[in-house]
Design a protein around this ligand. Structure first.
Ligand SMILES: NCCCC=O
Length: 479
């Protein structure tokens, strides 16, 4: 009964509010398929209110010292640690992820990332001031951009919220953040945490759907639109932002190649690749889902990968033996099922290939071999627990297959040959190349792609810089 559902609310100007016109959507736990909350379906009036609150707060937050912003972010990081169990519970309800893995694999990096950006607030970089023309001194000011409109995805709702708000707030911007309509719960809790530490209006949350996101990006107030989502969504944001030349930051899809040479320890490579392919049900833009393996070890590799897949468990959040939970929503389940149903006759399903149970949106760890480069499942992002395998004959063909997709976010190469690994890291056309590993991230290094995976970097000093603008100031030295 909808009367029993928890009511999530927007956070605007330091207050929790329903949508102005009272519209809501039901929020469903993907592990059970049952609704547990309602969230505002925000419209133009709500977006206007959030933008106005962020614009009003901007001059005050911009004029804080970097040390004050650092202190606020360090308090936020501490509060995330103190309230970790609440965050985990909200995220698990949002996504159906395993509780234990959310505790070990998400909270510590998120806290670390917030602390990293707290430090970055005090590292405003620029080229040296100097007299580049006689009688005149030039220097650079690094300033916040203004109000940032941010749209986070449903695969890592709370961690992607951190990737968005932490650099923006560290740099002195104010934020209006929209979580995905399927996963607002942890973001609303984050608003409560940030609201107890930041001045009102610095951080605002507007729940809603695609239309709400469109209203945010098209709104005249934000100077920057930052989105993590699909290529389709990124293109729509870039097009709409182009009308008033807003700055755009896009982290879109991926189709990471995993290039395995014949000299690897197959058992070790399979263990690393299957974990990096199935973690979070493969709902990760860097997931290790497109294996290219040298023809001489192809059959052995496929057998080992299929065995590893059949040993991996998906299931409910409190089951400590599961590696991953459900797909996030019924459309995502239908998308993954559709890829498998449309496989060409030459493809072979070596493991999985089917839904698990009839409650929630679980899908079995799946391996598909016998594929060709032009096959849909090789070219398009599945965003599910499906690893495809192709074979290659030599390094040139491996590079051609790896680069032969429209995405360019992440990749990996597996070999004992150092020189070959170095050649591959140069030739692979992706924003990240892992060598003999796949998926780890660190706060100090950039995350972001090329081609249709978007532009702009998350994490790192580069990510911080993306939320700043550079101003040249030149002064006469004459009285
Ligand atoms: N492993 C984190 C990837 C972020 C986007 O999906």
């Amino acid at each position: 009964m909808s009367t029993e559902l928890r009511r999530l609310r927007n956070y605007i100007g330091g207050e929790f509010r329903d949508a102005a016109d009272g519209r809501t959507t039901e929020v469903v736990n993907p592990a059970t398929g049952e609704a547990y909350a309602t969230a505002p379906l925000s419209g133009a009036a709500d977006v206007d209110a959030a933008m106005a609150a962020a614009a009003e707060a901007f001059p005050g937050w911009r004029d804080t010292t970097p040390a004050e912003r650092q202190k606020a972010l360090l308090r936020i990081a501490d509060a995330f640690e103190e309230r970790a169990e609440e965050l985990i519970a909200a995220e698990v309800e949002n996504t159906g992820k395993p509780t234990g893995l959310t505790r070990t694999e998400e909270i510590p990096p998120m806290v670390d990332q917030i602390r990293f950006f707290a430090g970055a607030a005090r590292m405003l970089e620029g080229k040296g001031a100097g007299e580049y023309m006689e009688g005149l001194t030039s220097f650079v000011r690094r300033e916040p951009v203004g109000v940032c409109a941010q749209v986070a995805p449903w695969n890592y709702p709370m961690m992607m919220a951190v990737w968005k708000f932490a650099p923006a707030i560290a740099a002195g911007n104010t934020v209006v953040l929209k979580p995905s309509d399927t996963t607002p719960a942890s973001t609303v809790l984050i608003a409560e945490i940030l609201g107890s530490i930041l001045p009102k209006g610095v951080f605002n949350v507007v729940c809603g759907d695609r239309e709400t996101g469109r209203l945010m990006v098209e709104h005249p107030t934000p100077a920057m639109a930052s989105i993590t989502g699909s290529v389709r969504a990124g293109m729509a944001v870039a097009e709409s932002a182009s009308k008033d030349l807003k700055r755009v930051h896009l982290e879109l899809g991926g189709k990471a190649p995993v290039v395995v040479f014949e000299d690897v320890d197959i058992a070790k490579a399979v263990a690393g690749i299957s974990e990096a392919g199935y973690f979070n049900a493969g709902q990760d833009c860097t997931a290790a889902t497109r294996v290219l393996v040298h023809e001489s070890v192809h059959d052995e590799f496929v057998r080992a990968l299929a065995k590893a897949a059949s040993d991996i468990k998906t299931g409910m959040p409190d089951d400590e033996d599961v590696l991953y939970g459900p797909l996030n929503n019924p459309s995502q389940l239908a998308q993954v099922e559709g890829f498998i149903e449309r496989l060409p006759a030459h493809a072979r399903v070596e493991a999985g290939g089917k839904r698990v149970g009839d409650q929630g949106y679980f899908y079995a760890p799946t391996v598909v071999s016998g594929l060709e480069q032009d096959d849909e499942i090789v070219q398009k992002e599945v965003f599910g627990p499906v690893i495809t395998v192709q074979s290659f004959t030599d390094e040139d063909q491996a590079v051609a297959y790896a680069n032969g997709v429209e995405y360019a976010l992440a990749s990996s190469v597996w070999t004992k040959d150092h020189a070959r690994a170095m050649r591959m890291s140069k030739k692979l056309d992706f924003g990240c190349v892992w060598i003999n590993t796949h998926i780890p991230l660190v706060a100090e290094m950039p995350h972001g792609g090329f081609k249709k995976s978007g532009y702009g970097k998350d994490l790192s000093a580069y990510g911080f810089d993306d939320y700043t603008r550079i101003k040249h100031v030149m002064t006469s030295l004459e009285d």
